[in-house]
Structures are given as C-alpha cells and as structure tokens.
Design a protein around this ligand. Structure first.
Ligand code: GLU
Length: 299
C-alpha cells in the first residue's frame, strides 16, 4: 500500500475555511490570505505576509467602542449588559429572549449594539463614530485609518439579524435611540479598516506596553483583557483560551487582535473563518506563536 505524500500543514489548515458569507463585500475576499504583525515593548514591529493590507475589523471594533463607553460612563454600562461568556453564536436571538433583553456580554452582537446605543446618547451618529475612529487613530498613531462605506452599506443591506436584535432590545427598553440610527453607527464602526500593523499598534495600550497611549488606563485595560479572554471568540472562547491561552478579539473579516499582557500586541488577518466565525488560520497562527514564544497569561 502506498501512503499519500505528506501534505504541508498550512495547506490542511487553509483548505476548509471560507470568508464571511453574510456580508457580500467580505464574501468575495480570498480566504487563504494571511498577515501578521507583532508589536513589541521596545516599539519595534515584526511582520509577515499581508501585514500592511487593510482588513475590515468588524467585531474587533467592539473592544474600542467599549473602551469609549467605559471612559464616558464607567461601570454604569453593566446595568444594561452582562459580562459572562455566552456559549452561543455571536448573533443569537434566543439568548436575548431567555435573558429578557439584557445581553450576556458586550462582545456578542446584541451587547455591542447596546454599547453603541450608549455611545450615541444625546449625539448624532457621526459624533459617536468620530469618537471611536478618533480613539483607534490615536492608539495606532495613524490618521489614515478610515471607514469603508461600501462594507458598511453591504452590511446595511443584509444585516437582518442585527436589525432583529436591535428591535428586540428596543422592545425590552434596552435601546434608548432609534434602532436604525444605532445600527447605522454599529455597521459603520464594524467597517473600520486597519492593517495588522495598525491593529497591533492600537493594542499596545491594552497590552500595557511601554509608551503606549495613556488613553486606556491600566484598570480599564485589565477589564478589557478579562472580557476578551472570556468572551472574545463567542462560543469558541473556551477552545481559544485552551489552545492559545491569551486574551483576543476576533472579527468576521478574519482579523484577530491578540494581547500578551506586558509583552506584545499582535494583529493577525486571514479571512477564512472557522465554525465559530473566527479566523481559522489566524487561530492556528496565534496558537503556534504562543507556544513557540511561551506566551500565556496562565504562567
Ligand atoms: N458586523 C458583524 C455583525 O454584526 C460583526 C460580527 C463579527 O465580526 O463577529 O454581524
């Protein structure tokens, strides 16, 4: 009997993931692309692959919108959103019904929509968006970061589940603003485009690296890390913590922001997604890098 020739590991990892299917602008992106940038304490950045290519950060934006809201109203946000892992899909409606309109955490879609609603309080959508974009630009020290109008429009056309979630929240009086305004803001924040290099740079404050922007205080960064660890990969969070052992936030654009507290901030991109809606190759890369570098928060 002849054995099949050995298949390079990356080919196996690449072969069964496809890009985000429900946002048409993202669905056409070739899934096998890959980039990584690692920002280090000395300010240096190590890169490989498509590290400079802009990616749609999607749910990674939820970390930045939450940081804005924590800065504005602090712990008051927890009266409207929980901070427990969901164990459910990122866009689950069932969970919201069971919990009477109080989303389980700020990183599932329903929770992020509430956070964006809070950010809108008394302001026009463009002002709330300017705050999120301003934070990201300051953290990454790069004013070139922008929002892709075509991706935002694409999700506006097909974001029926998010629309359902927003109206459901409204029915439980957990949405203060007009659902369409909240969704418009949310879709645009998700459509922010950043490269792995910019992402890694923006994560420095969350990683507590030297000379990072002081906009995100250490206690706030600690909390963001805790939430990223427990809720950052939706119902794949336990598996990710087990395999990688680091706080991280994923997005359906295939981006991944991984934090190694005190040591590094990592931006990874590969658009092919796993069953949880997280970057398939990105997760493998984070796992292999964490093991190779002996980077883990559990010692
Ligand atoms: N804009 C996407 C949505 O709301 C974000 C989801 C994600 O990146 O996980 O469906």
């Amino acid at each position: 009997m002849r054995l099949a020739p050995p298949v390079p590991i990356l080919d196996v990892i690449r072969c069964y993931a496809s890009s985000c299917s429900y946002i048409p602008e993202l669905a056409v992106i070739a899934p096998q692309q890959f980039g990584i940038a690692i920002s280090l304490p000395d300010g240096g950045t190590v890169t490989a692959g498509d590290a400079a290519k802009p990616l749609s950060i999607q749910s990674i934006s939820k970390v930045f919108s939450l940081a804005c809201v924590l800065g504005r109203i602090g712990d008051q946000i927890w009266t409207r959103v929980g901070r427990e892992p969901s164990g459910s899909r990122f866009d689950s409606i069932q969970l919201l019904e069971i919990e009477h309109g109080r989303p389980r955490n700020p990183f599932i879609n329903a929770g992020a929509i509430v956070v964006t609603d809070e950010l809108l309080a008394g302001r026009a959508p463009r002002e709330a968006l300017a705050e999120i974009l301003g934070l990201v630009r300051t953290l990454a020290e790069d004013d070139d970061i922008h929002i892709s109008e075509s991706v935002a429009q694409s999700e506006t056309m097909t974001g029926h589940r998010n629309r359902a979630l927003a109206h459901y929240l409204k029915s439980y009086n957990n949405l203060l603003n007009n659902p369409e305004h909240v969704l418009g803001t949310y879709f645009h924040q998700c459509a922010i485009e950043m490269s792995c290099i910019q992402l890694a740079k923006a994560g420095r404050a969350i990683a507590g690296l030297p000379d990072a922007s002081a906009i995100i205080s250490l206690p706030k960064a600690r909390r963001l890390n805790a939430l990223m660890m427990l809720c950052g990969q939706y119902d794949g969070s336990g598996e990710f913590a087990f395999r990688v052992g680091l706080p991280a936030k994923s997005g359906v654009g295939g981006g991944l922001l991984v934090i190694v507290p005190g040591r590094a901030s990592i931006g990874i991109w590969s658009p092919g997604l796993n069953v949880f809606g997280n970057s398939h190759m990105g997760t493998h890369a984070a796992e292999r890098l964490a093991h190779a570098m002996n980077w883990a928060v559990f010692g």
